[in-house]
Design a protein around this ligand. Sequence first.
Ligand SMILES: C[S@@+](CC[C@H](N)C(=O)[O-])C[C@H]1O[C@@H](n2cnc3c(N)ncnc32)[C@H](O)[C@@H]1O
Length: 454
Amino acid sequence: MERDLSRQELTAETLVLWEKTRMSLRNCIKRVMRSHGVEDHKVWGTVHAYAFEIVKLLGTIDALIDHVTKGSSTREMHPWVRNPLRVATYEMKWRDLKPAIATSEAVRIISERVGDGPARFANAVLYDVEEVTLEEVLEKAEDEIERLSIEYSHPTWYVKHLLDLLGRDELIELMKANNEEPVRYLRVNAHLKDPDAVILALEREGVVVEEDPHVPLILRVVEWNVPPVRTEPYRRGWVTYQDKASAAAAYALAPEPGERVLDACSAPGNKAAYVYAYTCGEVELTCVDINPRRIEEMKRNFKRWGVEAEVVRADAARLKGVLNGGFDAALVDPPCSSSGSYNRTPEAKWTVKWRHVRRYAEGQLRILRGVADLKPGRMVYSTCSVTVPENEDVVHRFLSHEDTYSTRKPDVPVGSPGFDRWMDRRYRHHRHMIRLWPHRHMTEGFCVTLLEGG
Ligand SMILES: C[S@@+](CC[C@H](N)C(=O)[O-])C[C@H]1O[C@@H](n2cnc3c(N)ncnc32)[C@H](O)[C@@H]1O
């Protein structure tokens, strides 16, 4: 019979799988736990917390390890050496676990998975990690950007870009917020159940929520005795998780009952479902996405949430001839760097580089132009990215070649304006754009632009 793996080993295996496949961390955890038949909720909870925390702190953890190994870097180590080392470093430095206990478990795992030589190496490394302080590591940093990047565990391109936009003090606030537990929000599927009844039903099961003052149908989870996913309102599809910023993007479209609404990059369907719920099911929805697996996930979600929509698999950059026009409104929420959602998907910190940001921006512009070809009366362009190339700059480039659309400030009473400049570029429409920030608005980082015309 297979022995039960320790929480440390399950976490290390999750990290090894994530590095190998680049699947989402959530899916890696599920796959590892199921493959070992783990059912205990407490073990799931610990591995989940460990894996997410370690990936959030990866820049700092690796810098501590690299500092003591000098010549060799974590990047060059065997995955089954580097990941148990990361787990043990995290336990020692952030969980206050006795160094001897953290070390002995890592050494045991490495010895079984790789061999005694690497295990002895790990033992020596962890002995030094115990002694070293973060201040010593930071002293060795080459410049301010590297120092901030190590101290707050963010990629250097992000630090450089946001330092330029926000200044040092605010950037630090932002990075701290990215490393904290995010506030949880629920969307009420008001076409299924009245929001007041949903709030009472949640409270009966020990989940206390508050109605958000800015975005209708959004509830902030204040406290809970059971996780919201295990309540009846969640099981019956009356509520689901949706960040306030994502809901604000859909709310900015101001959908009216009777309208035809296109969602051009729709899976897994959260913004489309918001539009449906907000109009109590009185819109004609067409949901496009290019990815068949994500489309299946969206269909399952729509079934659970009672959302009716025409679902079309297509490339949103080439919709002319695939769909007839006549849409009153369209959501354009294309793939992005996810640099606004580091507190929910910390893996994006390490998989997305600056060159990808530039590439995302090209794809975003192509998709925005493809949707505009159908001439919807208004469009909301949104991303969960905090970078300028993916937001202000895409809108600027779009409007430079498109004189039938112009920006208007959406009727959403929350958020900050966009940036008016970046490098040698100036943006005229920044006041109409809405940016939501983790440290200012307790949301994911989002940017939302309403375009009218068509
Ligand atoms: C940010 S996600 C959309 C999230 C969704 N709006 C929601 O709120 O749940 C971007 C989506 O765009 C899809 N996508 C990527 N390229 C596309 C393209 N060329 N045409 C249509 N969809 C695309 C991806 O498959 C992904 O599902």
